[in-house]
Design a protein around this ligand. Structure first.
Ligand SMILES: Cc1cc2nc3c(=O)[nH]c(=O)nc-3n(C[C@H](O)[C@H](O)[C@H](O)COP(=O)(O)OP(=O)(O)OC[C@H]3O[C@@H](n4cnc5c(N)ncnc54)[C@H](O)[C@@H]3O)c2cc1C
Length: 368
């Protein structure tokens, strides 16, 4: 068995693990291991690719704002087109829109909503709200940006390396990943739907993380919204849709608990959604090009869990991003990098007060 040494071993090669790897790379010796032969194979390959600053609980909103700022900086310095403006329109009954629209969305009249989203049938909604600060993101490009900057700064990234055993001797870990044995001072659990399972392998109590299924599809449509049109979501969580380079992206917005795994659409789910969209829009869907299901993993509070485990000083959580994993990714990676390196936040370009507040909000729960 070949062996490797590092300061920090990151388990999981999705957006969480890769964005942390690129943030840590200049400061620590880091190895990242991923079970699958391909990076970003699970939740990170299956998202709707939208960053919505008005979506989620308060700590998520702050982290989303910070992520958008950091991504703007990357775009300015590299010229990579990581984001494109794409606003977000919430529609439904007065009560549902009131309940769902956060303070940073603003209400718009029915006629204005129809102008923005002419595919909506006028009688399908009574109220609407809009977030004009949203962007769409190219998740493949973002994952590749983090992979490349981590690798360029010396991070060793190992696909096809599932972690199957881990032992802590009081000062460090010995972890089996594929055919390798890796020693590290700290293990970071960025294993998405498997985060509680990885904790169990390491002898760490779970955080009560539950994966929830969500399905999406790309469809062909006679009356597809043109590029640059908003993402439209029902305030009662019964659908969303947005323009896509290959047609229209649609989702039934379901949220059903599931076991960790390679989730697949349930037969009939996409067909029922197409029928529902036929009733509330004039999209005119003609064919389903492809569909998929991913797992959005979260704890009860829906706030991600980031920080050293209270019962185990060598184990760091980076999990529970739920439906916000891309929109919070760079903000969370920045907070995690400060906590892991013990660096002065200012040295990492971070605002100390913001890091302290985020670290408190994201703190792992003590073992029950
Ligand atoms: C339909 C859908 C729409 C979404 N839309 C959005 C959106 O518009 N905006 C947004 O911000 N978020 C969205 N999300 C959520 C977002 O996709 C997730 O929050 C994010 O991808 C989670 O990233 P992750 O790195 O934590 O998990 P993952 O991408 O699942 O990565 C975890 C990795 O850990 C690996 N792993 C597990 N166990 C081990 C082990 N023992 N050893 C080694 N590796 C292991 C897995 O193979 C996996 O690759 C959406 C999700 C879905 C399903």
């Amino acid at each position: 068995m070949s062996s490797l040494e590092c300061d920090i071993l990151i388990i999981g090669g999705g957006i969480a693990g890769l964005s942390l790897a690129s943030a840590l790379a200049p400061f620590s010796s880091v190895v990242l291991v991923e079970s699958e032969p391909t990076l970003g194979y699970h939740a990170s390959a299956r998202s709707a690719r939208q960053l919505i600053p008005s979506y989620g609980p308060a700590p998520v909103l702050d982290l989303t704002r910070r992520t958008l700022d950091l991504l703007d900086g990357v775009q300015s310095s590299t010229g990579l087109p990581l984001t494109v403006p794409r606003s977000f329109v919430l529609v439904g009954s007065e009560a549902d829109v009131d309940a769902r629209a956060s303070a940073s969305m603003h209400r718009i009249p029915h006629a204005e909503a129809l102008e923005l989203c002419p595919q909506l049938r006028p009688d399908a909604f009574a109220a609407a709200a809009v977030d004009t600060d949203c962007v769409g993101t190219d998740t493949d490009l973002l994952l590749e940006y983090h992979r490349r900057s981590a690798s360029d700064d010396g991070v060793l990234i190992l696909p096809s390396a599932p972690v199957t055993a881990a032992r802590y001797d009081g000062s460090g870990w010995t972890v089996r990943a594929g055919y390798r044995s890796i020693t590290a001072e700290v293990v970071v659990d960025a294993a998405g739907a498997w985060a509680d399972d990885v904790a169990a392998l390491c002898g760490v109590a779970p955080q009560g993380l539950v994966p929830f299924r969500r399905t999406a599809a790309i469809v062909a449509a006679d009356n597809a919204p043109p590029p640059g049109s908003p993402m439209v979501a029902a305030a009662d969580d019964s659908f969303y849709y947005r323009p896509d380079a290959d047609g229209v992206l649609i989702s039934p917005s379901e949220s059903e608990p599931a076991e960790p795994g390679d989730a697949q659409p349930h037969p009939g789910d996409v067909e029922r959604l197409v029928e529902r969209l036929g009733a509330v829009t004039t999209l005119g869907i003609t064919a389903v090009r492809r569909s998929w299901t991913g797992l959005r993993t979260q704890r009860d509070s829906t706030v991600p869990v980031v920080g050293f485990d209270p019962g185990h000083p060598g184990f760091f959580w980076l999990a529970g991003q739920g439906g916000y994993g891309f929109q919070t990714s760079s903000g969370i990676a920045e907070v995690a990098a400060v906590l892991l390196t013990g660096a002065d936040p200012a040295d990492l370009g971070a605002d100390p007060d913001r890091v302290v507040a985020a670290a408190a909000a994201l703190r792992p729960a003590p073992a029950a």
